[in-house]
Design a protein around this ligand. Structure first.
Ligand code: 4AD
Ligand code: MG
Length: 436
């Protein structure tokens, strides 16, 4: 490998800028096929996959033999000349002149044959290297990047919320409890209450982090650990809140379509439904939702919540996400402001994704009046003790404010067109899964 110093080290992603040049690539053997005098090595480096061709005579005899014995996912460094090849996905091939094997992997458990999901999840630490997780998790990173860029462009300051908390935000039935120096703490279900404190300090803030819910349901839409982006703004009303969420969703879809086309193609995700996602989204009230559900033969008793099945039916009636607003307030958490024109309803909104994916956003106007807040806490049996600080926000400069939470994995699942949320996060946590 004496030419190493003069040879540029490149990534597959930008190998096209080195046509007919000698380069060095480092990565892992994705697949291999040999015909007597030629080895075809599919090398991946995390930015793509490229075919490397090693001919007998182009490399030393010893190396040719070594390459023949190389197992899937072996790590290696190769040198070769970049050649344009219109048949290749990347548009290029690498003609090897030399290679150095870093580690020869034997019996890699994930082979090109089909594996069951349980097996793949048990090997998630290795499964991450396959095409499908590669595509989905790159889309996830694009969605995260867009959330930050979009909210920053709208004047929102990132303010991180704590993970260990003294009280529930979204009801006590899904709390994870942990011992805390002789006392008790809970893993956060939502950073919202802290974002509310933040918006009175900075005007517009958002938190973005993991949130936890001890969901005992085994559905394709629930994780026990999921990520949420939660903007909160002072002086924002329900309309403004809906517009903000719409614009965020549109920005996410647009950026994925612009930067992650290849990944959508790997997933065989038809981009057409995504291309139609434009604001404004249709808006329907809870009452209108019930009427539509009745018409579609999926009736819900007035006052009852909409479940996953109902969300699927409703969202299926529209070609883009649909906003459902004004749910009965007794179904909703203590912090939601009631509609002054009909106090049995909350000033809230959910956004349901099309194509059967259901709720991706939940948000509301918050109750900023201390007496009204206290009454709602009493009604729902919530201990004000650990929320004294939250009550303070109503004592010192209370203003109308609103915000929402967008579930990252729900959004990624919809955009990627995958079936189950567990594929939209690197290491999913489910009721029956804490490993790896
Ligand atoms: O509707 P949720 O419960 O709202 C809140 O937590 C508010 N405090 C947010 C806010 O206003 N700042 O959750 C918001 C979103 C849902 O729309 C959904 O996308 C996602 O979080 N979500 C889950 N995602 C995966 N697994 C779960 N178990 C989820 N529960 C909620
Ligand atoms: Mg919700």
């Amino acid at each position: 490998m004496n030419q190493a110093s003069a040879t540029p080290t490149v990534s597959i992603e930008n190998i096209g800028t080195f046509p007919d040049q000698r380069v060095r690539l480092r990565g892992w053997l994705y697949q291999k096929r040999s015909s007597g005098k030629l080895h075809f090595l599919q090398l991946r480096d995390g930015t793509g996959i490229i075919q490397c061709v090693a001919g007998h005579g182009d490399v030393s005899d010893a190396l040719f033999e070594e390459l023949a014995a190389l197992g899937q996912e072996s790590s290696l460094e190769v040198h070769g000349i970049v050649r344009a090849d219109p048949r290749a996905r990347s548009g290029f091939e690498l003609h090897l002149s030399d290679a150095r094997i870093l580690q020869n992997a034997e019996d890699y458990p994930i082979t090109p044959k089909e594996h069951g999901v349980a097996f793949l999840l048990d090997h998630r630490h290795l499964w991450l290297r396959s095409r499908r997780p590669y595509a989905i998790l790159r889309i996830r990173a694009e969605v995260e990047r867009t959330c930050h860029a979009f909210l920053e462009s709208r004047g929102f300051l990132r303010l991180d919320a704590p993970v260990l908390t003294p009280a529930a935000c979204e009801g006590t039935t899904t709390l994870f409890e942990t011992e805390y120096f002789g006392g008790r703490a809970y893993l956060t279900q939502s950073g919202q209450l802290y974002s509310e404190a933040g918006c009175q300090a900075f005007g517009r803030v958002y938190c973005f982090g993991p949130t936890f819910r001890a969901e005992k349901s085994k559905t394709r839409r629930h994780l026990t650990e999921f990520w949420m982006v939660e903007p909160e703004a002072a002086f924002l009303d329900l309309d403004g809140n809906i517009e903000l969420a719409e614009a965020l969703i549109c920005a996410i879809v647009e950026q994925v379509l612009e930067h992650r086309r290849d990944e959508l193609e790997i997933l065989e995700r038809d981009p057409a439904p995504l291309e139609g996602v434009r604001a404004p989204f249709p808006r329907i009230s809870y009452g209108q939702a019930l009427a539509l559900l009745e018409r579609e033969g999926q009736p819900v008793k007035p006052g009852d919540d909409l479940g996953g099945d109902e969300e699927t039916v409703l969202a299926g009636l529209f070609d883009r996400p649909v906003v459902v607003h004004g749910y009965p307030s007794r179904l909703k958490p203590f912090y939601m402001k009631r509609d002054p024109e009909n106090p049995s309803l909350a000033l809230n909104m959910d956004i349901l994704a099309p194509e059967g994916y259901g709720e991706i956003v939940g948000g509301s106007v918050r109750e900023e009046n201390l007496d009204a807040l206290d009454a709602q806490m009493a009604e729902q049996g919530i201990d004000p003790g650990p929320l004294e600080w939250y009550r303070d926000l109503r004592r010192f400069g209370a203003v109308p404010h609103a915000g929402f939470g967008l579930g990252l994995e729900r959004t990624v699942t919809w955009i990627s067109g995958v079936h189950h949320l567990r594929e939209a996060i690197p290491f999913p946590r489910l009721m029956g899964r804490l490993y790896p």
